[in-house]
Design a protein around this ligand. Structure first.
Ligand SMILES: *Cc1c(COP(=O)(O)O)cnc(C)c1O
Length: 395
């Protein structure tokens, strides 16, 4: 038995998304920029996919720019905000401490160029306060970028509220909605966003494709120079199979979001409550304001890496923190941002499930994690010190 519980890293493609892609490998293989018939059929399909995606988020087609995924969309949005600000002498950007690295590393690059970056704190529940963003806004603030839902702890941020503040103050606002899309309702006007990033492989679409929504009042900057695709803002022959798959996957996810969430929430809560019974553990992030499939928990006295390996042997595929930071020995910047000490942040486990998981699988995960945590603690020198009173429990 293999139980995949790493859906925040990537998802299995849906049947509908796969079917939507197939014609573009076979009959409709033309280049949408070609004037011949096959090319024009492809161009029509591209326009249809763009319209569908736009309508699903309350935008117009002219505001959708296809990219290679969430990372590229984040980069392009932030560079755009920076360049627009720079022209007006504004070189201050606001974000938060627990953004995805696609955002944080782009901000690092701009900082080296002379931009000033303010990373606002998140509270211990993993939620950013809109008023903290408001307080950080200055005369020279060019851009605010805050993620919609966090990829490690699943916490949901008050995007509409932050967007309203930015709108009133005339500051550009971008949100990385990669984890939210397909799970939470997205309407770009209700959210008051100028730019919004999405990636298909997080909602059962294909990998290597995403889009950036950019409000018509904002002139997008290009990262990739070349042909005139994407209204001249992103060169390169369009990934039409990927785009068609993404449109189908987003439509399916949006249509079923409420139904899926009703199935998923009780499963997720069962998992969370079962794991919480393990002594000296702590659920990371707000229990209410979080994505329906996310559980993130710390266990004192163990290493997350060993936990993952032993769970994998039992057929449970989980992750510690985010897939992007595995391989580095630093504890997750997200867990540190919510105030967890280094020692505890090392013992974290992220399980991201879907509505297709069963109650039996959830119970198997609970019993396996309980068993493996106990086993690892028996071998842990840190745990021995805790039990013998030489060291104080943190959790
Ligand atoms: C996965 C993810 C990204 C990166 O998206 P890719 O399509 O893999 O480049 C960016 N932001 C968040 C919050 C993510 O979860």
């Amino acid at each position: 038995m293999r139980i995949y519980a790493d859906n925040a890293a990537t998802t299995k493609m849906s049947k509908k998304a796969i079917e939507a892609m197939l014609p573009y490998f076979e009959e409709i293989y033309g280049n949408p920029s070609s004037l011949n018939t096959t090319g024009q059929i492809a161009a029509e399909a591209l326009a249809k996919a763009r319209e569908k995606i736009a309508s699903l988020i309350g935008a117009t087609s002219r505001e959708i720019f296809f990219t290679s995924g969430g990372s590229e969309a984040d980069n392009q949005a932030i560079i755009t905000g920076a360049r627009i600000g720079e022209k007006k002498g504004k070189k201050h950007i606001i974000s938060t401490k627990f953004e995805h690295h696609a955002v944080l590393h782009t901000l690092n690059k701009l900082e080296k160029e002379g931009f000033e970056i303010t990373l606002v704190d998140v509270n211990e529940n993993g939620v950013v306060k809109a008023e903290d963003i408001e307080k950080a806004i200055r005369e020279d603030t060019a851009l605010v970028t805050v993620m919609f839902a966090n990829n490690e702890i699943g916490t949901i941020q008050p995007i509409a509220e932050i967007g309203k503040i930015c709108k009133d103050k005339g500051v550009l606002f971008h949100t990385d909605a990669v984890q939210a899309a397909g799970h939470l309702k997205i309407n770009v006007d209700e959210l008051n966003v100028d730019m919004l990033s999405v990636s298909a492989h997080k909602f059962h679409g294909p990998k290597g494709v995403g889009f950036l929504y950019c409000r018509r009042s904002v002139v997008l900057r290009t990262l990739i120079e070349g042909g005139a695709q994407e209204r001249g803002k992103r060169a390169g022959t369009e990934n039409l199979p990927g785009i068609a798959g993404m449109a189908a996957a987003l439509e399916e996810a949006v249509e079923n979001a409420e139904k899926n969430s009703n199935v998923l929430l009780p499963l997720r809560n069962r998992l969370m409550e079962g794991l919480e019974k393990i002594p000296h553990s702590k659920i990371n992030g707000d229990k209410e304001k979080r994505l329906p499939g996310n559980v993130n928990i710390c266990f004192e006295g163990i290493e997350g890496e060993s936990l993952l390996l032993l769970l994998d042997e039992k057929g449970i595929e989980a992750s510690s923190g985010s897939a992007c930071t595995s391989g580095s020995l630093d504890p997750s910047h997200v867990l540190l941002s919510i105030g967890l000490p280094h020692d505890v942040a090392h013992g974290s486990l992220r399980l991201t499930i879907t509505e297709e998981n069963t109650k039996e699988e959830i119970d198997y995960i609970i019993s396996s994690v309980t068993e493996v945590v106990d086993y690892l603690r028996q071998m842990s020198p840190v745990w021995e010190e805790l039990v013998s009173g030489k060291r104080e429990y943190i959790l």
